[in-house]
Design a protein around this ligand. Structure first.
Ligand code: M7G
Length: 188
């Protein structure tokens, strides 16, 4: 018996550039789509752990039909909560990324009907790990409370202490300014 998920999810991988000419689109590849708990574990047990990936790799776990890009029509009005783990040795990134994925596919990050969560991302970089959660909107027109609630739950899953903050920024800011300099909109 397989246990169905509420949504179908696709795992994407950004491989590190092999030459200077490689652009974002050459590097981003869809790996697999699944819609049961058992298939998730099958994938999980057969792919490289975050801690074993080369620098400049990303995993993206997004709802089926959404490309993990700012430009996707379902992302272009959205944003993300993210946290950068600057002490790579102090963090169990494999465990956190697993918990983030389980929270996403188990739909525990938002309430039924919120319809904000697009996907989750882990960036493996030389100096840090970053985990992000992409949302459909930036909370314009009364949706801010929903985003703040999602941010609070995400922060719990990431086990961030209360005296530290995670930030939300809009993708349009990221696209214009370069992701790391995106303007923070909300903090929790
Ligand atoms: P990053 O991986 O979000 O952050 O973006 P990093 O600076 O910590 O590595 C790195 C670069 O990847 C960006 O400056 C863009 O060139 C490219 N990139 C990242 N994302 C998420 C996108 C995207 O959604 N669309 C496009 N076109 N490029 C992106």
């Amino acid at each position: 018996v397989k246990h169905p998920l509420l949504n179908s999810w696709s795992l994407w991988f950004t491989k590190p550039p092999s030459s200077k000419g490689d652009n974002w689109n050459d590097l981003l590849k869809e790996v697999i789509t699944f819609d049961t708990v058992e298939e998730f574990w099958g994938v999980y047990n057969n792919i490289t752990a975050c801690s074993d990936l080369s620098h400049k790799s990303d995993y993206h776990l997004f709802k089926k039909g959404v490309r993990p890009e700012w430009e996707d029509p379902q992302n272009k009005h959205g944003g993300r909560w993210s946290y950068t783990f600057k002490d790579k040795k102090a963090v169990n990134i494999d465990e956190l990324w697993l918990h983030v994925q389980l929270a996403a596919i188990g739909e525990t990050l938002e309430d039924e009907g919120d319809n904000e969560i697009m996907g989750v991302v882990v960036n493996v970089r030389k100096a840090f790990y970053r985990i992000g959660l992409w949302t459909r909107t930036t909370g314009k027109g009364g949706g801010k409370d929903t985003l703040m609630k999602i941010g609070t739950r995400f922060k719990e899953v990431l086990q961030i202490p209360a005296n530290e903050a995670i930030d939300f920024s809009g993708h349009t800011d990221a696209a214009h300014a370069g992701s790391t300099r995106a303007k923070t909109k909300y903090t929790v």
